[in-house]
Ligand binder design. Structure first.
Ligand code: XMP
Length: 512
């Protein structure tokens, strides 16, 4: 079992980034709610604790405070930003209230390298984002770094192995941030770099065999990264005890169904059942143009089809899902302000209980980049491991308004051209998503000497790291030109191509 570094989450927007940086150093990290009792951390055998930053002030009425006993566990603690102020506040230092946040670049002058800053330059550009600041050191601490605005931007208590830093080493704007984590993990916590995807696969295969025994596992395969990697991993562990179900909902991209069959059935020899439900989906979508209603119908129909297909597939004990670590982290909301639902996302929640299946979630410990690394190690091709996200409702939300077979056919052909040109120009791998949208608008064009009154296709190409925000991609104009002229020349029924220059926010990535 890998050693654990606990990241206590105080609601920082960077908590997951901290956990990922630790794992990039090949040390296993786990995110815990800030209220987790010290006893739980002790029982789980954590070898180091990182206190995340957070939007709160230690003076706030509902300031999130950890179990104080974490400071008596005898394991090293690193407080970042709000974490440093917590140390100041809880260990008898003094924190001063501030009305404004210090935000952006600063320069850290290292006064004493010690173990945290071992082998680093004397000055570092660092990223700040904090309000309050420490004005008196807690007993036992010394200052090891200062910034323009703070005498105590970095502090240590060498005896108890407590460290605090005011800035954020996990964001790329901080120079040598990863080296600070490495010093903490290897120099201070004595961690071993034993979290590798090779090791993960080895243990996951053993655990899956143990969990499943001789039982049968079903997996809804969408062809996306998560379900594909889950399929490859399960197949390695339990071979023919795995049955994958691929639902052709008629809202797939060109060649998608064939590609899935070729890879999983012919290459991996997985027991793959393809359910052709296109007609049913289209029938239920007839006459519906409201985006939310379309999403609900598609989600509901998927569940109906999946459930019905199980009757013919036969009995199974388990249902596998490609749940990832960010889906299982209990989120810390400091201001009790749950984000409002902007779009209903399509998933199969609730299915396992209804069908009395036990859940198997082989990827639930992994971040997305780790899932890709596992997929690559298991022999999945680059086109699968690095494919763009594709929404559950598929082309159903990319044909705006009512979905019909004709419109889907036009969109598929246009989208295939965009995809082909993006791959050929090597741009596909550089962007987060690139796809076509069918606009239910007719515009006038000319073909030869003829008037051509036909549909409009929009090109949507965006860069993003997490889909929460996105920027429209400045593709080279000659590439846009090539895509546009191929679509208008090769796809009958399209007279015009437009390029979407909206970022998120205020727009969303998908148009519906
Ligand atoms: P929006 O349009 O909300 O999309 O900016 C953010 C990301 O989520 C994808 N998306 C979905 N993914 N089921 C999914 O699995 C859905 O229903 C769904 N809707 C949007 C979208 O492609 C983008 O990557």
């Amino acid at each position: 079992m890998a050693q654990i570094i606990a990241v206590l989450d105080f609601g920082s927007q960077y908590t997951q980034v901290i956990a990922r940086r630790v794992r990039e150093c090949q040390v296993y990290s786990k995110i815990y709610h800030y209220t987790t009792p010290a006893e739980t951390l002790r029982r789980e055998g954590v070898i180091g604790i990182i206190l995340s930053g957070g939007p709160s002030s230690v003076f706030a009425r509902n300031a999130p405070l950890p179990d104080r006993a974490i400071f008596d566990l005898g394991v090293p603690v690193l407080g970042i930003c709000y974490g440093l102020q917590l140390m100041g506040h809880l260990l008898q230092g003094r924190v001063a209230k501030s009305d404004h946040r210090e935000y952006g670049h600063g320069t850290l002058a290292i006064k004493k390298a010690g173990r945290l800053f071992a082998k680093l330059p004397k000055k570092l550009r660092v990223w700040n984002s904090h309000g309050d600041r420490l004005i008196r050191l807690p007993p036992g601490f010394v200052a090891i770094g200062t910034t323009e605005n703070s005498l105590y931007a970095a502090i240590e208590d060498r005896t108890r192995n407590f460290y605090g830093i005011q800035f954020h080493p996990e964001v790329f704007h901080t120079e040598c941030g990863i080296d600070i984590y490495k010093n903490y993990l290897f120099g201070i916590c004595g961690a071993k770099p034993d979290w590798t995807m090779r090791e993960f696969i080895h243990h996951a295969v053993r655990d899956l065999r143990r969990q499943v025994g001789r039982g049968r596992v079903l997996l809804g395969l969408s062809g996306g990264v998560d379900s594909s990697v889950a399929a490859a991993l399960l197949h390695k562990a339990i071979g023919r005890q795995l049955t994958c179900v691929f639902v052709d909902n008629g809202l797939l991209r060109q060649g998608e169904r064939e590609a899935v069959i070729a890879l999983y059935k012919k290459h991996f020899h997985i027991d793959l059942r393809v359910i052709d439900a296109a007609a049913l989906f289209l029938r239920r979508l007839r006459g519906v143009s409201d985006p939310e209603r379309k999403r609900k119908i598609i989600g509901r129909t998927f569940i109906d089809v999946f459930e019905k297909s199980l009757k013919s597939i036969g009995h199974a004990e388990f249902l596998a899902q490609g749940t990832l670590y960010p889906d299982v982290i209990e989120s810390v909301s400091i201001d009790d302000n749950p984000a409002s639902v902007i779009k209903t996302h399509h998933n199969v929640g609730g299915l396992p209980e209804r069908m009395k299946l036990k859940l198997v979630e082989p990827l639930r410990e992994l971040f997305k980049d780790e899932v890709r690394a596992v997929g690559a190690r298991l022999g999945l091709p680059r086109s699968v491991v690095w494919r763009h996200p594709f929404p559950g409702p598929g082309l159903g939300v990319r044909v705006l308004g009512e979905v019909t077979q004709d419109k889907l056919d036009i969109l598929r052909r246009a989208d295939a051209i965009l995809h082909e040109e993006m791959v050929r120009a090597d741009w596909y791998w550089k962007v987060w998503q690139s796809f076509c949208v069918f606009l239910p608008v007719k515009s006038v064009g000319v073909v030869g000497d003829e008037r051509n009154y036909a549909w409009v296709i929009a090109l949507r190409v965006v860069g993003s790291t997490d889909a929460m925000t996105a920027d429209w991609t400045r593709l080279p104009l000659d590439l846009v030109q090539k895509i546009s002229s191929r679509i208008t020349n090769e796809v009958r029924g399209v007279s015009r191509v437009v390029y979407d220059v909206s970022s998120k926010p205020p727009a969303t990535i998908e148009w519906e």
